[in-house]
Design a binder for this molecule. Sequence first.
Ligand code: ADP
Length: 283
Amino acid sequence: MSATHPASASPATSKLAGIPGIRHIIAVASGKGGVGKSTTSCNLALGFAAIGLKVGILDADVYGPSQPKLFGLRGKPRLLGSRMLEPMERFGVKVMSIGFLVEEDNAMIWRGPMVISAITQMLREVAWGDLDILVVDLPPGTGDAQLTMAQQTPLAGAVIVSTPQDIALIDARRGIEMFRKVNVPMLGLIENMSSFCCPACNHVTPIFGHGGARIEAETRGIPYLGEIPLDIAIRQTSDDGRPIVATDPDSVHAKRYIDIARQLWASINTDVASKPPPRIVIE
Ligand code: ADP
């Protein structure tokens, strides 16, 4: 099943040429690396697939592409014709990553313009086919590459992933500010590694604090999408290329990702979300 309602384009991105076949593009960003942005992007993409959408993920994190590993994918995408690449596919999600195309160490030394050109190519010269939603896993931070990306991609909106503690939130704030400057709608904040529940004794420890992202979202007047705990099952399934939403969709953690995907889908389809529910008339 695939939902069929068009979303309104964002003010900043409506002028940009869309990608044929792709209805919505959302960016997942973070102020700093290591907060779980790629893991969240991967599981959110799978969450969109779990609610019946046609989904792709573009790994724009050229300095540290993680999606091939997260999806357990290897090999090179096929060339279709002279310049279009066929995305790889796993768990029902189409995946494109610079990690399929160049040695990681190569991309490490790329400057901003090369990064932008590589991402633009992966966006526009990949045979994505018909997608309801494309998730873009952006590089961490708010440098020129991210800013230009945010300006050049026809985005329906952006999501920021942060851990709860101040040091991460300070950087997340920069991300929020960056998207605000380029008029990309802020779809919300996700608190990752929110708390840790000891599997041996069930004691909950807020290793990186707890609730910081919610307060931040409330202070800035942006949606708070929810929290994902720090849990070994998320780390292990990610490392094994068997992401939790795909391999254990009924688990508590998978349900959280799916719930966030559902909220996001509703918010980019505000025309759907704002419609009153149908009335059942019994005659
Ligand atoms: P980023 O993309 O922000 O650099 P990653 O998604 O690569 O971060 O995550 C960094 C590490 O943290 C990875 O080893 C990943 O498996 C782990 N991780 C991410 N989110 C969680 C979580 N909620 N619980 C446990 N480990 C997590």
